[in-house]
Structure formats: structure tokens, C-alpha cells
Design a protein around this ligand. Sequence first.
Ligand SMILES: [Zn+2]
Length: 247
Amino acid sequence: MDLPHPLSHAYLITGGSGDSRAGLVKRLAAAYLCQGERPPCGRCAPCRKVLAGVHPDVSYTGPAPGKQETGVDQIRALRSDAYIRPNEGRRKVYVIDPADAMNPAAQNALLKVLEEGPAYAAFLLSAGRPGVLLDTVRSRCELLALPPEEPEPDPALAAQASSLAELLLGGGELDCARALVELELSKPKADQLSALLTAVESQVSARLARNPRRGAQVLRALKACRENAVYRPGAGHTLGWLVTQLF
Ligand SMILES: [Zn+2]
């Protein structure tokens, strides 16, 4: 994600995964303190310190060990710290992660410093469940929403989907029926079958140019199959039906 420019004094970072949010938080923290030409340059001394997690002007606040919540005392401590000038940078960066772990009293304590804190103070709130935050806190931050993460593709599933797609597009009735019976005998669970059929759909779409008529027919059948599977969850039904749609 491209970083906003110029930087606002407070961001609420949502979406993605905990890791991708943490990555964005680090880049933003480095951008506030960077002395290079295009912040964050990643090479200047402040950037390197932020990325290594040792910059004295970046602090992290989250639940204390063994606790679920970030309490009001922690935020009060953050607030008093914010009125002490930066140690060596131009800004002081307060990362609150996960921000949705702050209880309501803690969030209320944060409000004042979010609104009237010193100009050098910057706040990065990372939250997987931004709905838990008070509207008043949310409205004082600019929102940065990361796109949802695609799950890692499963190579075995991709290979199976690819050979099935080939067969459905170019194979004869008997070969297709045989492959589908084999698949049925492997007793896939409903969610495995649905993941496989979804993968087959995308493989068929990718090969559509090779055989547009048959391809379109296969895609229609797979789509109907996916929809029907909701009502008839047996793999045998689903796969048997698929063959009747194709031949
Ligand atoms: Zn830099």
C-alpha cells in the first residue's frame, strides 16, 4: 500500500492480517521519523532503528502480559509521556496494537490526547475489529483499510483442480465420469469439494480461450453445481449431476 502524503497525526489501520497491519504500522512509524528523501527510505539511521524496533521515539502499547485488555492506566501513562518532547526525532510515535483491546475507559483516556496532543505526537491504532472502538476514537483517526488476505493456495488442490479442468474441457464422457467417480470414492468433505470445484472453475476460466463453447458449458455446470450443493450436500449427487450436465 502507498503511504499517504502528507501524513496525518493519527491512523486507524484495519483489514489484512495482524502481520500485514504490523508491517504497515512499522512503515508508517519509519515515515514519521525518516530523514531520507522519500520517507520511509529504509536506509537512514532513524528508519533502521524503527525497523529494528529500537527507536526511542516509537512506543508500543498493548495488553500487559497475561491480560486481555489494555487498561486506562496504560493509556494515562502514554498520555503523560506524550507531553515530554521527543528523544532524538522530530516526532513521537505511539503504536496501540491491538487497539481494539483498549477497554472503554482506556479509549476515553486516549480521546483527549488524540484531539489536543502536542503536534509532534503521532498515533497508529491497529485493529482487527475496528467496530469495537468508540465512534469518537474512530472519528479522530484517518482510516487505512488493508485488503483482505487471500489464503495460501494449496499446491495439491491446485494440481488436482488443474487435471480435472483439463479433463472436463477436453476429455470424453467416460473419462470424465471415471475421474468424478474416483473423486467421489475419495469421500471429500463438503468444504473440500467446494474448494476443489471453485479451484476448477478458475482453472477452466483461465483456459477458456482454447475451447470457448465447452468451457462456457463447464463453467455453467460448475456454477450450478456449487449452488445446488447447498441443498444437496452429498458428493455423489453433486458429481453425478455434473456429468449429466456436460454430456
Ligand atoms: Zn529513512
